[in-house]
Design a protein around this ligand. Structure first.
Ligand SMILES: Cc1cc2nc3c(=O)[nH]c(=O)nc-3n(C[C@H](O)[C@H](O)[C@H](O)COP(=O)(O)OP(=O)(O)OC[C@H]3O[C@@H](n4cnc5c(N)ncnc54)[C@H](O)[C@@H]3O)c2cc1C
Length: 434
């Protein structure tokens, strides 16, 4: 039997960062079931293109992880100023919609401004704390018009979950709430261009976002690819790992989706299993397209309109020219479902039609390459069930001195840098003996 100090489930950014923290200090076994590192932050090559699992851009906010990520990428990184837009009512306006109403038809603009002023007069907006639903929060903060023309249709498409049950703990970092001055200014002239967490971002010059995981994997110890953890017993401190058999461990760090992890834990009590069964998620299908003759230099766009099956589409080759062969561009187009399978053929036709309708391409003859990538667990659903379930599961994991981290291990809406930070913290916790 293999014996290790630390068993890490998953070689995405969270697992790799934990293995980096432990390298040379504790015997570590990192099991990644795929044959590549990076998890969702991986890049697939096809026909001269590099395709990511949709746009994966680095928005860095903390000094230590910024140093680590930028240091790992070295010269292989560039910094870009966002060019993101919204396509609504048949025209483009800069992102965020709520601070760039000037481009909207006059009636829409008046409705949005009047609704916002009414919401402001009624008390205005504060960050969501989870005590109200997204539907209520959006109307209270932005008013009826902005909610009707962007917030509600866009988020209904993205979350695939009723917005009068979706809660708002995730909103503060991700949904910009401009000042009243910025909303009014953007309704009658150019809006502020740097609102929101992603106004500036970083992206590898070569190799797609997968270049980051490859760089981190070089610094991590004890990593194994193509190895799936099938069963865990936290009380006995044993795991069954496909192809390797039994592993005995002292500490465990999980980064696999929390609901799947609990299901594989033989010793999980019934109340913990019941809690995990209440966790919900959506799925995202990413259609990657290669195309000739694309003129736009936009990075990505948001599509609230019902005529578009996708909620967001971007031009990845505008992050890095090396993602596509010379003279071609690469698109990523994101469609969410509530877990139900998507009819790929008709979705593909509708995507190409949508790109033509908003002017990003002329017609399907420009398309040279395509690849679908599916993200079965993409956005975890924030609702009352999640709020009740997480403390039950966390309490049990604490008793067993196990950690579940990362976007899906911790079951939250987070980003790459946060996974790196949680991995480092979890590794250090083991080193400190806590
Ligand atoms: C559509 C979309 C767009 C995004 N865009 C951005 C963005 O622009 N910027 C940003 O910062 N973040 C973005 N993110 C978030 C980002 O992808 C994640 O925060 C981050 O990559 C998660 O890393 P992780 O290690 O926590 O999890 P994962 O990447 O999910 O890694 C978990 C790993 O565990 C492995 N695994 C699972 N089960 C087992 C098992 N039983 N045995 C062995 N291995 C197992 C999986 O194969 C996987 O490699 C986006 C996410 C989505 C869904």
């Amino acid at each position: 039997m293999i014996r290790t100090d630390a068993l890490i489930i998953g070689g995405g950014l969270a697992g790799l960062s934990a293995a980096m923290a432990l390298k040379g200090r504790k015997k570590t076994f990192l099991a990644e079931r795929e044959v590549r590192y990076g998890g969702l932050a991986a890049t697939i090559r096809k026909g001269g293109f590099h395709f990511d699992y949709s746009g994966h851009l680095l928005h860095l906010r903390w000094p230590e992880t910024t140093r680590l990520i930028m240091g790992a990428l070295g010269a292989n990184v560039r910094t870009l100023r966002r060019d993101a837009r919204v396509f609504a009512h048949g025209r483009w306006t800069p992102y965020p919609f709520q601070a760039n109403l000037a481009a909207m038809p006059p009636a829409v603009r008046s409705e949005c401004v009047a609704g916002f002023l009414r919401a402001l007069a009624a008390g205005g907006g504060a960050p969501g704390d989870g005590s109200e639903t997204f539907d209520d929060w959006s109307r209270r903060v932005f008013g009826a018009g902005i909610s009707r023309h962007f917030m509600l249709p866009y988020n209904a498409k993205l979350w695939q979950y009723p917005l009068d049950r979706l809660t708002t703990e995730w909103c503060a970092p991700f949904v910009p709430v401009p000042s009243p001055g910025d909303i009014i200014k953007g309704a009658y002239g150019p809006g502020a261009s740097s609102i929101g967490y992603n106004a500036v971002f970083h992206y590898p010059r070569r190799g797609g976002i997968g270049a980051l995981a490859s760089a981190l994997a070089l610094k991590a110890g004890g990593t194994h690819l193509g190895i799936e953890v099938e069963r865990v017993d936290l009380r006995a401190r044993r795991a069954r790992v496909r192809h390797f058999g039994e592993i005995s461990f002292r500490r465990l760090i999980n980064t696999a989706p929390l609901d799947e992890f609990v299901a594989m834990c033989a010793d999980a009590p019934a109340e913990v299993r019941r809690a995990a069964a209440r966790l919900r998620r959506n799925s995202v299908y990413v259609l990657n397209l290669g195309a000739r003759g694309v003129r736009s230099d936009m990075h990505w766009g948001y599509f609230p309109g019902a005529a578009f099956p996708f909620y967001r589409a971007g031009i990845a080759s505008n992050f890095s020219r090396r993602l596509a062969p010379d003279g071609q561009a690469s698109f990523y187009i994101e469609i969410a479902t509530d877990g139900r399978p998507l009819d790929l053929e008709s979705a593909e036709r509708a995507c190409v039609k949508g790109l033509a309708a908003c002017g990003l391409i002329r017609d399907s003859r420009q398309v040279t390459e395509k690849m679908w990538l599916k993200i079965p667990c993409a956005y975890v659903i924030y609702d009352a069930d999640r709020a009740r379930a997480l403390p039950v599961i966390a309490g049990w994991l604490k008793e067993r001195r196990a950690r579940s981290i990362g976007r899906y291990g911790a079951w939250k809406y987070s980003f790459m840098e946060e996974s790196v930070r949680e991995g480092l913290e979890a590794g250090r916790e083991i080193l400190s003996g806590r």
